[in-house]
Design a protein around this ligand. Structure first.
Ligand SMILES: *[C@@H]1O[C@H](CO)[C@@H](O)[C@H](O)[C@H]1NC(C)=O
Ligand SMILES: *[C@@H]1O[C@H](CO)[C@@H](O)[C@H](O)[C@H]1NC(C)=O
Length: 274
């Protein structure tokens, strides 16, 4: 391993010599922040950089984005600097819309064959909020589009304005699921202090008729998002609810027990919640 690494670094050294202007572009900031999360990435980044040289940036950034969606890249605190433009392009593109619409179509397909309702009011569905029912993209457009470390104070100040637009395809789906007689639970990692702003925002853009909105209380803020989400699911199951499906944009929405029957992941490569 050590030999292999040394060899890689030597080859890398040669490469840098050969293509240094390009390497310098790629080198801008990449890796600096992920190291905070996992020091081993430092080494990995060196090796990857070596491979990236000569490929085009678009391929590199698209594979970064896809690997975020695949849950292979975890715990990033910012989008790699050289990929911010790429991620921005995607998240504001018709492809992002098409990908989200496809997910919604798959949910419809699942709904058409599942879920024989017992009519006892216990059939339920869970929605996440940000990047699922509402879009925070207008905020990120003004704040570095994932390329800047999250400033929670400023994001929450924006959320308090209740101006987040709906994601149209999920809005339709929300009402379809509700009209099928499912109880809808909204489970978000937003704080309890944002409750009234969140409710106002949801109602303003057309969401209504959910059963419960679960936000993170003070105690919940101390635990990881995934533990919080699984705790909420356990409470619902303990109350006798049958959770047929969950829609969210973060893998931490689905993690842990009880395992939901189906999960549907919407795209989001701007930020990661553990
Ligand atoms: C975060 O945002 C708040 C409110 O916009 C601002 O006052 C503060 O300086 C920001 N903090 C950092 C570290 O940028
Ligand atoms: C989940 O799937 C299993 C079998 O696939 C089924 O028996 C069960 O009723 C489904 N629904 C829920 C909410 O668990």
């Amino acid at each position: 391993m050590a030999k292999c690494l040394a060899l890689s670094l030597i080859i890398l050294g040669l490469f840098i010599g050969l293509v240094s202007p390009q390497w310098n572009i790629l080198n801008l900031g990449w890796g600096k922040r992920v190291e905070e999360v996992n020091p081993e990435w430092n080494i990995l980044n060196h090796i990857l950089r070596e491979k990236v040289v000569g490929d085009n940036l678009k391929n590199y950034c698209e594979s970064w984005r896809i690997n975020v969606e695949l849950n292979n890249i975890r715990g990033f605190s910012v989008v790699p600097q050289e990929c911010v433009e790429h991620v921005k392009k995607y998240m504001t593109s018709s492809q992002y819309k098409a990908d989200s619409m496809r997910a919604v179509e798959e949910i419809r397909l699942y709904l058409s064959g599942c879920c024989t309702s017992k009519g006892d009011g216990k059939d339920s569905w869970i929605f996440d909020i940000d990047e699922t029912l509402l879009s925070t993209i207008p905020y990120y457009k003004k704040h570095g589009f994932g390329g800047e470390k999250l400033n929670l104070t400023s994001l929450e100040a924006w959320m308090k304005q209740s101006k987040a637009p709906a994601l149209d395809h999920t809005l339709e789906l929300f009402h379809e699921i509700k009209n099928r007689g499912f109880k809808i639970f909204l489970v978000s990692s937003r704080k309890e202090s944002l409750r009234s702003a969140t409710v106002d925002n949801l109602v303003n853009v057309g969401y209504h008729g959910w059963t419960t909105l679960k936000l993170r209380g003070f105690d919940d803020e101390l635990v990881e998002v995934k533990k919080y989400n699984s705790k909420v699911r356990q409470e619902l199951v303990d109350e006798g609810y049958r959770i047929w499906g969950i829609v969210g944009d973060q893998w931490s929405t689905f993690d842990g027990l009880p395992i939901p029957n189906r999960t549907f992941k919407l795209p989001n490569s701007i930020y990661y919640k553990a």
